[in-house]
Ligand binder design. Structure first.
Ligand code: 13P
Length: 298
């Protein structure tokens, strides 16, 4: 296979998020959730990284690997990361000077520089609880903010007030009722980017890889999955003896699906789309990213 030859020739590694097309997941060296990908990117032994995910993920890999080339098959923008704007972040920081700032990894590097720590859906509560302040500015996902707020004694201030992942936001309680009627014995497993109403009806709320672990360990045979449909491929591949159904078939992230095998091959061949981060931003953004890695290990 051409991609395999190019990988060897260029000493490249392919990293992919759980949401990308099945055929991309199948050629990747590592597939994971946002935290696993950041952790993997912090220990890469290759000259070149081809990152199949969305912009903030590839940026994180580039920040953690200043001496390596990070390529992407195509430009994939995370709409949630776009919902945070610099002016509101800075005005909230001015309004709450004593608050610590925890930003979701789904933010652009130019915003990560203002964070005390970055978090992902798998470690958000732990990171927030480890901040030495009673107030935490948290953004940009209001549903993850609410998930954390309901489980911590700290005051969580969502920044901006309204920020969400459109793919998770459109999964409704009506979709869930219909799915439950079809599969009454299934356990309900959802992502914390889902609305609070959907979260309330779930048996488990966790990150994408957390969902895989949960379904593996559960004694149940059937699961209703509330996240981007790309995860169903990984669930079926990793746990072939169980059944998985998306709560909504419309929960598709168009940005994650932009990468194709042809584009991946072309990226390795031409090295055309190279992720470049301004040195000043990279040097500042790496601090809260490393803080997250350090706090998650403890
Ligand atoms: P995780 O894979 O970390 O759960 O994140 C999913 C997601 O929604 C990325 O935007």
């Amino acid at each position: 296979m051409m991609i395999e030859n190019l990988k060897k020739e260029k000493n490249a590694i392919i990293l992919a998020h759980n949401y990308v097309r099945p055929e991309i997941q199948d050629i990747a060296d590592f597939v994971g959730d946002s935290f696993e990908l950041a952790l993997k990117a912090s220990k890469i032994d290759a000259d070149l990284i081809l990152f199949c995910g969305v912009d903030f993920m590839a940026e994180t890999a580039a920040i953690l690997n200043p001496d390596k080339k990070v390529l992407v098959p195509d430009i994939a923008t995370c709409p949630l990361a776009q919902m945070l704007d610099t002016d509101s972040l800075l005005s909230y920081k001015r309004m709450y000077p004593d608050a610590k700032v925890v930003l979701y990894i789904n933010t652009l590097a130019r915003h990560k520089i203002y964070a005390d720590a970055i978090c992902t859906s798998s470690n958000a509560l732990k990171i927030v609880n480890s901040m030495d302040s009673d107030k935490v500015l948290f953004g940009p996902d209001m549903n993850l903010a609410r998930y954390v707020a309901d489980r911590t004694s700290k005051e969580i201030i969502p920044v901006p007030k309204i920020g969400f992942c459109p793919t998770h936001y459109q999964i409704t309680t009506e979709d869930l009722s219909i799915a439950v009627k079809k599969h009454p014995n299934a356990e309900i497993v959802v992502h914390p980017e889902c609305t609070v109403d959907v979260q309330k009806k779930a048996d488990a709320i966790t990150s994408t890889s957390g969902m895989i672990r949960y379904c593996k360990e559960s004694s149940k045979e059937e699961f209703l999955i509330g996240t981007e449909v790309g995860l169903i491929h990984r669930l079926k591949k990793d746990i072939p003896n169980k059944e998985f159904y998306p709560i909504s078939e419309f929960s598709v992230c168009p940005s994650m699906k932009i990468h194709t095998l042809d584009k991946a091959e072309n990226a390795l061949k031409t090295e055309a789309i190279h992720v470049k981060i301004d040195e000043y931003i990279a040097n500042k953004a790496i601090i809260p990213i490393k803080k997250m890695i350090e706090l998650t290990k403890n």
